[in-house]
Write a protein that binds this ligand. Structure first.
Ligand code: PRP
Ligand code: URA
Length: 210
């Protein structure tokens, strides 16, 4: 059974205030998204299994812990999820990267899939789906369904910077096995399915497209 983890670390909350500010420019916005992804990755990987091994330091033998569990994969939901990948891969350099392209239809707000490419052994990997925004939950739920049904993934964690309560409820309903890590659960969605107070359009603010 998965859980919702709301990360209230002061560094994350301070950085989130920078993302929310409409006066934050593209360069800083992109940098802070990456910094938050690294801090969130630290929390989302807290319970990874380790095993004890011996290594020789320059002066003695030391019993040390190394990662022992499944190989990992990072799957950004295009486009905005790309902003979280580099800092994740810095921390987990052996992870493979899959991409899933989904955009929200402007009228229906339903996700439309336009791209998907996964590492061949993804079914055996611990998958971290990354996307700054969980609004209606449609995109993340569709991405998780593709990973489960088409690729046979069984171990999936979802990382979003901001979630709406509506989006959290959709993931809990559709995929109760998935752990969700967020830095904030905001108030609600508006009539355009944007998160309030949110930070606006994450993709546009990362890539400077508006
Ligand atoms: C945004 C965001 C999520 C999605 C969340 O992407 O990055 O993928 O919306 O909304 P949902 O929970 O209601 O599905 P968008 O569709 O704007 O595409 P983009 O990243 O290409 O800008
Ligand atoms: N996608 C975004 O980028 N922002 C929102 O508030 C909702 C969906």
């Amino acid at each position: 059974m998965g859980s919702l983890h709301v990360l209230d670390h002061p560094l994350l909350q301070h950085k989130l205030s920078i993302l929310r500010d409409k006066n934050t420019g593209v360069k800083e916005f992109r940098e802070v998204v990456g910094e938050m992804a690294a801090l969130m990755c630290y929390e989302a990987t807290r319970n990874l299994p380790t095993k004890e091994v011996e290594i020789e330091t320059p002066v003695a033998v030391a019993k040390v812990k190394v990662l022992a569990g499944k190989k990992m994969a990072i799957v950004p939901i295009l486009r905005a999820g790309l902003g979280m990948v580099d800092s994740m891969i810095n921390l987990i350099p052996s992870a493979k990267i899959g991409h899933i392209g989904l955009y929200r239809d402007p009228e229906s707000h339903e996700p439309v899939e336009y791209y998907c490419k996964m590492p061949p052994d993804i079914s055996e990997r611990q998958v971290f789906i990354v996307d700054p925004m969980l609004a209606t939950g449609g995109s993340a739920s569709a991405a998780i369904s593709v990973l489960k049904k088409k690729y046979g993934c069984k171990y999936i964690t979802l990382m979003d910077i901001i979630a709406a309560p509506e989006g959290v409820a959709v993931i809990r309903r559709d995929h109760p096995d998935v752990d969700i890590f967020v830095a904030s659960v905001d108030e609600r969605l508006n009539e355009h399915a944007y998160i309030i107070p949110g930070l606006g359009d994450a993709g546009d603010r990362i890539f400077g497209t508006k």
